[in-house]
Design a protein around this ligand. Structure first.
Ligand SMILES: Nc1nc2c(ncn2[C@@H]2O[C@H](COP(=O)(O)OP(=O)(O)OP(=O)(O)O)[C@@H](O)[C@H]2O)c(=O)[nH]1
Ligand SMILES: [Mg+2]
Length: 198
């Protein structure tokens, strides 16, 4: 999809604030600082629409981006940020869990992992959890510009193995810097948001 029009509809904490158009939603999850906002910006062709920062834990609410008046990207606050208090982490967990398990318009989740390393325990937990709830999930290994091309395949196998993924079909390499993988991510999104009819 070539994106021309995008609007930040809502930074929501409470389900009452979620959009009501009934259009499909694709959520982005991953550790704090992994690159969720950066991926969002690449997908919507904007340099800094979704706020990125070198300071982890900045995004605290569900941010709904309305894309081409057709679907929403939902930028989910990052997990695994150590400096966040236990109470805050529990509040986060509840908000995300409620959203991911009960949102009827949710069509899929993009789970980002840092392509430079093996997925962390938090990443594994998130992936296991999404699989348990049968939520269609695309794993995106990001920051791939930081590792040599010759190591990509090996690194992707590490990701697949660590997450115990059944196949590599739903695993992609991506870089917000070079934009490699952008078209493939979009293909997955369109197939899942519109059932391949977009
Ligand atoms: N080299 C490189 N840097 C990246 C890439 N993606 C993100 N970054 C950098 O990583 C940092 C964090 O990126 P964000 O997109 O803000 O991460 P986030 O997951 O939205 O973080 P939170 O909102 O805190 O959960 C920023 O400094 C980005 O510039 C990438 O593909 N390559
Ligand atoms: Mg962010």
């Amino acid at each position: 999809m070539e994106v021309h029009d995008v609007e930040l509809v809502m930074s929501a904490v409470d389900p009452k604030q979620y959009p009501t158009t009934g259009q499909p939603e694709i959520a982005l999850v991953g550790r704090s600082n992994v690159g969720k906002s950066s991926l969002t910006n690449v997908l919507i062709n904007r340099n800094s629409y979704a706020r990125t920062s070198s300071q982890p834990g900045k995004t605290q609410t569900l941010n709904f981006y309305h894309v081409e008046d057709q679907l929403y990207f939902v930028d989910v606050p990052g997990y695994g940020y150590a400096k966040v208090s236990k109470a805050e982490r529990e509040k986060w967990g509840q908000m995300i869990e409620t959203y991911l398990t009960s949102r009827e318009t949710l069509r899929g989740v993009i789970s980002l992992v840092d392509g430079r390393h093996a997925p962390t325990q938090d990443d594994q937990q998130m992936y296991t959890w999404l699989s348990y709830y049968d939520i269609p999930t695309l794993v995106v290994a990001t920051k791939m510009d930081k590792i040599a091309g010759a190591k990509w395949n090996k690194q992707l196998s590490v990701v697949k193995k660590t997450l115990e993924m059944k196949s590599q079909d739903d695993l992609l390499a991506f870089s917000a810097q070079t934009k490699v993988g952008k078209d493939e991510v979009w293909q997955w999104i369109e197939a899942h948001a519109f059932g391949g009819k977009a």
